[in-house]
Design a binder for this molecule. Structure first.
Ligand code: GLU
Length: 419
């Protein structure tokens, strides 16, 4: 019996069981490796502008403390629940371990649609959430970051709330802050740029380059939007793009800059063009060289996996492909080169780690240094994953997860049952 329920946690559990079988992990170790060290649920009441009070449910799940503090984003999304947060925390553990970062995984968030709040209400909620988390987080305990629905401003509010409580400025309590408030150069773009860097490595493996490659990006937020623009700059053709309000498709290539300008003005893609609009569920199914799911979990599933038509699947989102979809993709045998999520989107947490290190030392790096260190860590992880996959005859996803789980397992074995 577990408090972690729902389809996203179930998906994560199924993935873990596959890896546990592959690594021949015995029953004694399985629960300890999968289930989080602790989970915190808090109530966050705020005054609304109309004078009423609304209570929002907040969560933070810390998966393990065997390597160092826990690390992970904070998601503000309407349907967020504990099972989803826990799955995202587990994936963060494997992601950090794969990248070689000295962290366990965490994730948190609030069940709220941030677009439904006035900026003052959003500030009140962000501050209240951090206030509730103060007993459970710290620069050497658990370090938050942005995720879906949060941004640099929210991180600055978190940092300020924690700092006021401590009576001094503690920039190292969160990452993804504005550069002027202890943030690092390159963090905002890091996830998207990391995705593009790894697509480059995958293209190289296939004997190709960016020039003229057709790309579809599902989700044009901080990750998908940056990736689309960078891919366009490198000569790829963005033939499809969508967010939760609209999707567009043009085999000749969309005007990415115009699309992002529209989004900048209206916050959403809806209203960009009538002729180019396609139903959102069809976006992922259009033929392309590179498909980039950059939104939420489980968009490629047992039902639609048979209709995905790409050469490279670059998983910028967390958990976009279900184990059922993996099975269909493997059975099709038509060789989609998958860059699995815990590798593909790890640029974000890697540069978060750089931000934390810089804050602790109060010694700041220039953008070139951040990006070259980012590329070095991504290249090492890419190499480890692809060579293990080839050596053991397993998928890139299995290889990535096996490396992550094995590193957490080794750390736990050496330390014993406590952390
Ligand atoms: N939320 C991001 C992720 O899922 C970033 C986490 C971080 O920077 O700590 O990887």
């Amino acid at each position: 019996m577990s408090i972690y329920t729902g389809p996203v946690f179930e998906m994560c559990r199924n993935q873990f069981l596959q890896i546990a079988d592959h690594l021949q992990i015995g029953p004694d170790e399985r629960d300890r490796l999968l289930y989080p060290k602790r989970a915190i649920a808090v109530s966050c009441p705020i005054h609304r502008l109309d004078g009423s009070v609304t209570l929002y449910q907040g969560y933070r799940v810390q998966h393990h403390l065997s390597i160092g503090p826990t690390k992970g984003g904070t998601r503000f999304a309407a349907n967020l629940d504990l099972g989803e947060v826990a799955a995202l925390a587990v994936w963060m553990s494997w992601k950090c371990a794969l990248a070689g970062l000295p962290y366990g995984g965490a994730k948190g968030g609030v069940a709220v649609d941030p677009a439904s709040l006035h900026p003052q209400e959003l500030e009140a909620l962000a501050r209240r959430y951090m206030q509730e988390m103060i007993p459970f987080v710290g620069p050497h305990t658990d370090v938050m970051a942005p995720d879906i629905g949060t941004n640099e401003q929210v991180m600055a509010w978190f940092m300020d709330t924690y700092s006021m409580y401590q009576g001094r400025t503690v920039t190292e309590i969160v990452t993804g802050k504005p550069v002027g408030s202890g943030g690092t150069e390159g963090r905002r773009e890091a996830t998207g740029l990391g995705v593009v860097h790894l697509i480059g490595r995958a293209l190289e493996k296939l004997g190709q380059d960016f020039s003229g490659r057709s790309v579809i990006v599902q989700g044009m937020g901080n990750v998908g939007g940056v990736a689309a623009l960078e891919l366009h700059r490198r000569g790829a053709r963005i033939i499809g793009a969508g967010d939760h309000t609209a999707s567009y498709y043009d085999p000749k290539g969309l005007d990415v800059e115009a699309l992002l300008a529209h989004q900048g003005k209206h916050r959403v893609l809806a209203g960009f063009s009538e002729e180019l609009a396609i139903p959102s569920e069809q976006l992922l199914e259009q033929p392309c060289d590179v498909l980039v799911p950059a939104a939420v979990e489980r968009v490629i599933n047992g039902e639609n996996a048979g209709r995905i038509r790409c050469r490279i699947l670059a998983e910028a989102a967390n958990g976009p492909t279900t184990p059922e979809a993996d099975k269909v993709l493997a059975e099709r045998g038509d060789e989609i080169f998958v860059i699995p999520d815990i590798l593909c989107n790890s640029g974000g947490v890697i540069v978060s780690y750089f931000e934390w290190v810089q804050d602790l030392q109060q010694l700041f790096w220039h953008r070139g240094e951040v990006l070259s260190r980012l590329h070095a860590l991504l290249d090492r992880a890419f190499e480890e994953v692809t060579s293990r996959a080839a050596r053991e005859g397993i998928s890139n996803r299995m290889a990535a997860m096996a490396i992550g789980v094995q590193k957490v397992r080794d750390a736990k074995r050496i330390r014993g049952l406590f952390p």
